[in-house]
Design a protein around this ligand. Structure first.
Ligand code: GDP
Ligand code: MG
Length: 160
């Protein structure tokens, strides 16, 4: 087993998770939150929010040149989203695994997209793709006073 992989898996990371407007409209908010809650991550931010166009464009700025970009911005701003900040050891990669592949038809059963969605353009949830983007996106979507640091009583039962 590669020591540098073990080391990186031991990092406490922050990840930005968002229930997209289709997830809110389809009544999947509780289901999606509970997947991260049950895994053992710590929730540090949570709000229902109507995303302005400018924020959606900034969040997805790396996809600006894609043909689907205008559709993506319409989708994300089409209704309220649920913004979440989660923290935990290896949380970024682990959350991406819980979420599943971008195309829900290719996402494994057991993942959020694999279980709950059928199309890339309606894939119900977002998760940061790197620890750097986790930090960037949390700073983008949350104001300082909206985040909470706290100690979970279950902590010693999650990690030895
Ligand atoms: P993610 O990290 O798995 O969410 O995927 P990406 O970062 O590649 O894309 C961001 C989001 O853009 C996806 O979750 C989809 O909602 C949307 N998206 C990506 N590719 C397509 C596409 O080919 N068509 C449409 N309509 N939306 C797309
Ligand atoms: Mg992405």
């Amino acid at each position: 087993f590669l020591p540098h992989l073990v080391a990186s898996m031991e990092q406490v990371e922050e990840t930005y998770i968002m229930v997209k407007p289709d997830g809110v409209q389809r009544g999947l908010v509780g289901e999606i939150i509970s997947r991260f809650e049950k895994k053992g991550f710590r929730l540090t931010g949570l709000k229902l929010f109507q995303c302005p166009k400018e924020l959606a464009e900034e969040h997805y700025k790396d996809l600006k040149t894609k043909s689907f970009f205008p559709k993506l911005i319409n989708y994300i701003t089409s209704g309220p989203v649920v913004c979440m900040a989660w923290e935990g050891v290896g949380a970024v990669a682990s959350a991406r695994k819980l979420i599943g592949s971008t195309n829900p038809l290719q996402a494994e059963p057991g993942t959020i997209r694999g279980d709950l969605a059928v199309q890339t353009g309606r894939n119900v949830v977002h998760g940061s793709d790197s620890p750097e983007n986790g930090k960037r996106e949390i700073a983008l979507w949350f104001k300082e006073g909206e985040l909470c640091q706290w100690t979970a009583v279950q902590a010693p039962w999650l990690r030895e």
